[in-house]
Design a protein around this ligand. Structure first.
Ligand code: NAD
Length: 256
């Protein structure tokens, strides 16, 4: 089950966090893994730890994606799985975020996914591969903390469905699915606790961490490994009848 033997996977933003855990899980499932990130020192170490290749990738730049795909195919001859994982969070209200902050969110969370999809597609068409996009519960229901982030993740949710339909209609044999984490205890998770505290005029991140925890009926926050398992499943042939779907891994957050 959930094996990826003889497959080649590329993950954006996988120097740490969910992407880092997914890269490890994908490697353990038998695939050759390539990690792309802007955090070069951290990314190179993560790659070394799991026997992966690291390449510098800024997901907002088309030329950077072209170079990353070239390096992947040069090293491993093919590409079977793209995980569009790189993402940023802002944590400010509609009235407080600057236009530059909005443009940055769009560049990483939306343009990054579009460019990644376009760059990987010629290779995925050859391998009949698949794409896993990191959306969020914030792409399914409203976000109390960050309406602008939520807008970008809603875009990832429907882009996933629309590209699944387009690639199906064109007979590419390329599946596209999204995964929707609840609050996950990563650097970004920490950032959400800090922003929630700031919005309350406090810096008690332990209190806001507890508040976030209570929003998950299962009684705990998510771990990067919880999401990595879902990514491996979607990327594997066990999900071969899934396309245009969203896998919700949120401890019950959106069941309420
Ligand atoms: N942590 C959560 O609670 C949570 C919840 C739902 C969805 N997500 C989504 O999961 C994904 C991973 O989040 P995480 O929690 O691991 O965050 P993280 O901040 O720990 O890791 C994000 C990674 O993306 C990289 N990145 C940022 N900008 C980049 C760029 N321009 N080019 C290449 N890489 C870039 C960062 O360097 C970092 O390694 C994101 O898309 C995020 O929106 C996270």
């Amino acid at each position: 089950m959930n094996r990826l033997d003889n497959k080649v996977a590329f993950l954006s933003g996988a120097a740490r966090g969910i992407g880092g855990a997914a890269a490890k899980a994908i490697a353990e499932a038998g695939a050759k893994v390539v990690i792309g990130d802007v955090l070069d020192a951290v990314g190179a170490q993560t790659a070394k730890d799991i026997g992966a290749l690291y390449v510098h990738l800024d997901v907002t730049q088309e030329a950077s994606w072209a170079a990353a795909m070239d390096a992947t195919v040069k090293a491993h001859g093919r590409l079977d799985v793209l995980v569009n994982n790189a993402g940023i969070f802002n944590g400010k209200g509609v009235e407080d975020a600057t236009l530059d902050e909005w443009h940055r969110l769009v560049a990483v969370n939306l343009t990054g996914v579009v460019l990644g999809t376009r760059a990987a597609l010629p290779h995925l068409k050859k391998s009949k591969g698949n794409i896993v996009n990191l959306a969020s519960v914030a792409g399914l229901v409203g976000s109390q903390l960050d309406p602008l982030y939520s807008l970008t993740k809603g875009g990832v949710t429907t882009f996933t469905k629309s590209t699944a339909l387009e690639f199906g209609r064109k007979g590419y044999g390329v599946r596209v699915n999204s995964i929707h984490p609840g609050v996950i205890d990563t650097d970004m998770g920490q950032q959400t606790f800090a922003m929630r505290a700031q919005q309350l005029g406090s810096n008690d991140t332990e209190a806001t961490r507890k508040t976030s925890t209570t929003m998950h009926p299962i009684g705990r926050l998510g771990l990067a490994e919880d999401i990595a398992k879902g990514i491996v499943f979607l990327a594997s042939d066990d999900a071969s009848f899934m396309t245009g779907a969203g896998l919700v891994v949120d401890g019950g957050y959106t069941a309420q």
